[in-house]
Design a protein around this ligand. Structure first.
Ligand SMILES: [Fe+2]
Length: 344
């Protein structure tokens, strides 16, 4: 049985009102396959230290997330091991069940269990217990027949989660920031695009044509590659899930999924999955390597953005036609109630 965490930790970096809104969202914590049997993972989310383990190695869904806090000593749960699905603390000679109850001393306080779910191969948690927003369905993420599924190890960037999401959706920077990978500096102008609402107000979608220089599987080296006319099809599922589908001229597709979690006010963790419907039997290395190089171009710029939190007052930053998504995103975050100032 999970419990709800209603209040932010005392030393939170967030405005408390923002923290409560963010606590009522699903946030990605770890790739399910990264949680090793028998061991625990320490992870921070919204300034809270959590500990995650797999209660039953054979079951894909048997995960447990607790506050990383020993009820006896107030210490963290480092050094604990998992035996027969229970968490064993060798420092206190106590063991805890998957529901948090103390097995060895039933009268004692147990662990504080946080609500979790496993979706898209990721363990997600909702600190408040009840989530105000659902996760995107994106069923193709379970397709291992017609798609080659790939991913990067989780990344941590020193920026607010909303800055990272906004950058992923930003098309104005493609031609000047990504010149080492796919950017076409001869074609910097991005046409204004139409923004569509996703069903149920879940977010936004838009598409642009982009003449990228050819790289990666379809490719020559950056700098010598020929120009390929792509369609870039973006989805933003509010507030922190994004998908980009790249349509190649030969009818194939490459998909990038960006799920981001607020570790603290100015730190986020990024879970990136990719999928392609070509070269199914080939190695993932080329795609993963290109993805890493593209992100290496983005990271320093995003981490250097000031103010660190995106301003929700649209008059605070200069906007151009290619920023329609950004303007809508900021309005949506403000509608969520964030912005004291925005500290996600
Ligand atoms: Fe970028």
């Amino acid at each position: 049985m999970s419990q709800a965490i209603a209040q932010p930790p005392r030393a939170t970096s967030f405005d408390p009102a923002d923290w409560r809104i963010l606590a009522a969202l699903w946030h990605p914590l770890a790739f399910a396959e990264d949680v090793p049997p028998g061991q625990t993972l320490a992870l921070r989310l919204l300034d809270l230290d959590l500990r995650l383990w797999r209660a039953a190695p054979a079951s894909a869904d048997a995960f447990v997330t607790v506050l990383d806090l020993c009820p006896l000593r107030g210490a963290n749960l480092a050094g604990c091991r998992v035996e027969d699905g229970a968490l064993v603390n060798p420092h206190t000679a106590r063991s805890y069940a998957a529901d948090g109850a103390c097995l060895s001393h039933p009268a004692e306080a147990g662990l504080f269990v946080v609500r979790h779910r496993v979706t898209h191969g990721i363990v997600w948690v909702c600190l408040a217990g009840e989530a105000t927003h659902d996760l995107p369905a994106w069923p193709e993420l379970a397709d291992t027949v017609t798609l080659k599924q790939m991913r990067l190890p989780p990344l941590e960037w020193a920026c607010s989660v909303s800055r990272e999401i906004e950058n992923f959706m930003d098309v104005a920077h493609l031609s000047w920031l990504h010149t080492g990978t796919f950017g076409n500096r001869e074609r910097p102008e991005i046409p204004a695009y139409q923004l569509e609402d996703l069903p149920g107000g879940a977010g936004y979608r838009f598409a642009i044509r982009y003449p990228r220089r050819s790289v990666e599987a379809h490719c020559d080296d950056a700098g010598t590659g020929q120009v390929e006319d792509l369609t870039l099809d973006y989805d933003l599922h509010l507030p922190f899930c994004t998908r980009l589908v790249i349509h190649f001229p030969d009818g194939t597709h490459y998909r990038i999924y960006n799920f981001a979690a607020p570790v603290s006010r100015r730190r986020c963790r990024i879970f990136m999955r990719m999928a392609r419907d070509f070269d199914l039997g080939g190695s993932a290395e080329t795609s993963e390597d290109l993805q890493r190089r593209v992100l290496a171009e983005d990271q320093p710029m995003v981490e250097a953005q000031r103010p660190e939190e995106i301003p929700l007052d649209l008059t605070e930053e200069f906007h151009i036609a290619a920023d329609r998504l950004s303007a809508a995103y900021r309005r949506a975050l403000r509608d969520l109630g964030l912005g004291h100032p925005l500290s996600s």
